[in-house]
Design a protein around this ligand. Structure first.
Ligand code: ZN
Length: 170
């Protein structure tokens, strides 16, 4: 088991050798993820296990876990989001292979170029991000009472009513 993440890796060879890469990577080293984070302190723990399945398919068992500090879109305060995902990927060389991939595999399209394991880990974290990060309503700093919401929806002067009034006067 390797504790050092190589910047480039031949995934087909890694599958043949049943390579396992595991360790930690600083969140600050992931440029695409960084934009979504309020703070980039902390690490992502990962385990990438390459192998061949019974059908001799090259597969990758990918586990990532991290605490990501995001911004709540309701109160704009920081929000800790625990990510802990396991994905089973199959290396695919072309669109045909991708189409006939059996469950439970997700396709990992690769050509003959080496892959960047750091990119893979970053992709998994990006996929796990909530689309609109928000605290649970009971803990969110911005409380919106139901009555208030209802009033905003139904009450107040409607712009159409104001317009009608103007027309009537004019
Ligand atoms: Zn909030």
């Amino acid at each position: 088991m390797s504790l050092v993440l190589p910047s480039l890796l031949d995934p087909w060879r890694a599958a043949d050798k049943h390579s396992v890469l595991a360790g930690c990577l600083p969140l600050a080293s992931l440029p695409r993820l960084r934009n979504s984070l309020v703070e980039t302190t902390g690490d992502v723990r990962f385990r990438l296990a390459f192998s061949r399945d019974e059908a001799q398919r090259a597969v990758l068992h990918c586990e990532v876990a991290a605490t990501l500090r995001l911004r709540c879109q309701r109160c704009l305060e920081a929000l800790d989001c625990e990510v802990d995902t396991t994905t089973l990927l199959a290396l695919v060389a072309g669109i045909d292979e991708e189409r006939y991939l059996p469950e439970p595999y997700d396709p990992l399209p690769v050509d003959n170029e080496p892959i960047r394991p750091g990119d893979l880990i970053e992709d998994e974290l990006l996929l796990a991000l909530p689309q609109i990060p928000m605290h649970e309503p009971v803990v969110c700093a911005r409380q919106i009472p139901d009555a208030d919401l209802a009033q905003r929806r139904c009450g107040g002067a409607s712009p159409f009513a104001a317009l009608a009034e103007l027309k009537r006067r004019g």
